[in-house]
Each structure stands twice: as structure tokens, then as C-alpha cells.
Unconditional design. Structure first.
Ligand SMILES: Nc1nc2c(ncn2[C@@H]2O[C@H](COP(=O)(O)OP(=O)(O)OP(=O)(O)O)[C@@H](O)[C@H]2O)c(=O)[nH]1
Ligand SMILES: [Mg+2]
Length: 315
């Protein structure tokens, strides 16, 4: 069953892929087995992260970028990560509606993922879905994430190139510095450049970047002005993404980022395996007992953790 499903996905079967992605989100065993079969056939796609504050125009920009890449004959996958709180649940369909003009194009596959509020889940479901698109043969995979916090900095580790989207009217700049975005973004897009203030934001950003990059031989992240709604600047942005890929390929950066991605996935997998192991070897009652001991201050969290670990290693 998993073999057949894996083969169908490798042949580009859209319905099979959608089914598998649903299974991955639900942590279904069969789905995870199928994903494992696909793993040897991944690693070919170029992954581009698109991050920025809510409403900055990321989805509109991605929609336009799809066109630019398709124009170059490349196939495209899109993963829109929706940081839905556990309260509201479920992925928003808005992105798919917005990108509907590409819905009948077989060279494009768009998928939203709900993250249910915690980063581990985000990375796991997203990496799984990226692998599926990769195995389907998509050349470029665009990953949209909302926000300008630490979480987004971590998500950039999933990508080969990270595009950070800001707008003329946003006060993002200071927050970006705090979150360390300046250090991790490879390309900046100042979207909604049809509005006043785009050039000022560009100048501010440029001077901040000049302060951070000290080595003269270091790459300076380009800043592109875009108007996603009418496509202005989008060709240039697509060009900068491809140039960055070229740059990485020439300087051994691709391999470095691949290792970083693998490291992140390994950490995720270890964490998840340990959690399963704890669930099966240390019963819920025992864990609750340890919680009682913590509450009553009979044990410290560190001592309780040692207790759990010692039970895991006991034959
Ligand atoms: N004036 C102007 N409006 C734009 C531009 N690009 C996007 N918008 C508008 O900005 C609004 C938000 O666009 P989205 O593409 O949904 O932004 P987003 O960053 O994906 O939003 P979230 O996913 O909700 O964080 C929409 O109403 C767009 O039409 C632009 O270049 N200029
Ligand atoms: Mg969006």
C-alpha cells in the first residue's frame, strides 16, 4: 500500500499527494511510512522561504512568483504555513483562493498547513509536506510563514533561500533587528512599494545591513521593491532568488544548508521518537506521580527528568 502510494506520488499524482499530506498532518503511521519511502527520492527541489509580518502581501507575492518561475519552465510547489491557534484550528483556505489562477496548472501544487501552535509541529508537518512536493518533482518550493519572531528565524533553516517581506508602512525594522532577521534573510522585498515611504524603508534597511555585515567579501542581501498586486518588481525578485541559488552553488553554500536542514530534521525525529518511547515505557500514571512530586517540591524537574531517562535505559 505504502509502496503503491509512494510510486503514484513520484509519478506526480496530485490526489495521492494530497492524501499523504493529510496523513502527515494527522501523524498517521501509514503516512509516515510512505514518507520514509519517498525520502531517498527527495533533495532535488530548491526551497525558498517567504516570511514577514501579517498582511504584508506574502501570498500575493508568491502568487506572482509562481508565474515568474512557471514562465522559466520550472514547476512550483507552495506550502503556506498557517500558525493557527489550537482554538481556531484548521488551515485557512484563503491562500488557495488567492492563488486560484494557478489551480488548473499541473505544474503548480499549493497546500496550506495548520501548525496547531507549536514550533516542533510546524517544522515536522512542513518538512514532511516539502518532501512530498520534492518527490513529486517540483523544481522550486515556496514556503510562506507569518511573523517576524524567533520562530520565523528557525523556519528559515528549512529553506535554501529566505526572502523577507516588509512594507513601507510597517514598523518592522526594529523588531527585525531584535529577532535576528537581518542576519538570516538572504533577500529583502519591500512590497506595496506603490505606497509612500518605500524608498525611506529601503534606505533605513540598507544602513542597518551596512552595520551588520562587516567582512568586505561577504554577500550583501539585495533589497527589491515590489508591487505584488500588479506584478512590478516580481521578475527582479525571481531573478535575485535564482542568483542566490547560483551563489550558494558556487560557494559550497548549498551543501551547508542541506546539512543544516538534515540536522533540524534529525533533532525533530529524535525528539518525536523519544516522546513515543516515554509514552510507552513510562506510563501516564507514573508521569503524573512525578508531576505530583514536583508540585509538592519533593523532586526537582531535573531529578524527575533523570528518573524518566533511567527508566528508558533500563533493560
Ligand atoms: N497596495 C498594495 N497592496 C498589496 C500589495 N500586495 C498585496 N497587497 C494587498 O495586501 C493585502 C494582504 O495581502 P496578502 O497577500 O494576503 O498578505 P499576506 O502577507 O499573505 O497576509 P497573511 O498571510 O495574512 O499574513 C491584500 O489585500 C493584498 O491585495 C501591493 O503591492 N500593493
Ligand atoms: Mg498569506
Amino acid at each position: 500500500m505504502t509502496v503503491e502510494l509512494a510510486n503514484r506520488i513520484r509519478a506526480g499524482d496530485v490526489r495521492a499527494a494530497a492524501r499523504l499530506m493529510r496523513g502527515i498532518e494527522e501523524c498517521d503511521r501509514n503516512a509516515l511510512d510512505t514518507l520514509e519511502r519517498l525520502y531517498p527520492h527527495t533533495g532535488k527541489a530548491y526551497i525558498v522561504g517567504v516570511t514577514g509580518a501579517p498582511g504584508g502581501g506574502k501570498s500575493t507575492l508568491i502568487d506572482a512568483l509562481i508565474g515568474a518561475f512557471r514562465h522559466r519552465g520550472m514547476t512550483v510547489g507552495v506550502v503556506a504555513i498557517d500558525p493557527t491557534s489550537p482554538l481556531t484550528g484548521g488551515a485557512i483556505l484563503g491562500d488557495r483562493v488567492r492563488m486560484q489562477q494557478h489551480s488548473i496548472d499541473e505544474g503548480v501544487f499549493i497546500r496550506s498547513v495548520a501548525t496547531r501552535g507549536w514550533l516542533g509541529g510546524l517544522a515536522r508537518a512542513a518538512t514532511g509536506i516539502i518532501h512530498v512536493m520534492d518527490a513529486m518533482g517540483k523544481d522550486t518550493i515556496l514556503v510562506e510563514t507569518v511573523g517576524i519572531g524567533q520562530q520565523e528565524v528557525d523556519v528559515t533553516r528549512l529553506a535554501h533561500s529566505s526572502v523577507f517581506v516588509l512594507t513601507p508602512d510597517s514598523g518592522d525594522a526594529i523588531q527585525m533587528m531584535k529577532a535576528g532577521i537581518l542576519e538570516v534573510a538572504d533577500i529583502f522585498a519591500i512590497n506595496k512599494a506603490d505606497r509612500e515611504g518605500a524608498l525611506r524603508v529601503k534606505a533605513d534597511l540598507q544602513s542597518m545591513l551596512n552595520m551588520t555585515s562587516s567582512l568586505p567579501e561577504e554577500r550583501h542581501p539585495p533589497i527589491v521593491l515590489t508591487e505584488a498586486v500588479n506584478g512590478r518588481g516580481v521578475e527582479e525578485l525571481a531573478g535575485e532568488i535564482l542568483k542566490h541559488r547560483e551563489f550558494l552553488a558556487c560557494h559550497g553554500g548549498l551543501e551547508k544548508r542541506e546539512r543544516e536542514r538534515a540536522r533540524l530534521e534529525l533533532a525533530e525525529a529524535v525528539e518525536s521518537a523519544l516522546r513515543d518511547c516515554i509514552d510507552s515505557r513510562v506510563g501516564k500514571a507514573s508521569r503524573e506521580k512525578l508531576v505530583d512530586d514536583l508540585v509538592q517540591r519533593k523532586l526537582s524537574p531535573r531529578a524527575a527528568a533523570s528518573e524518566i531517562v533511567s527508566r528508558l535505559v533500563r533493560p
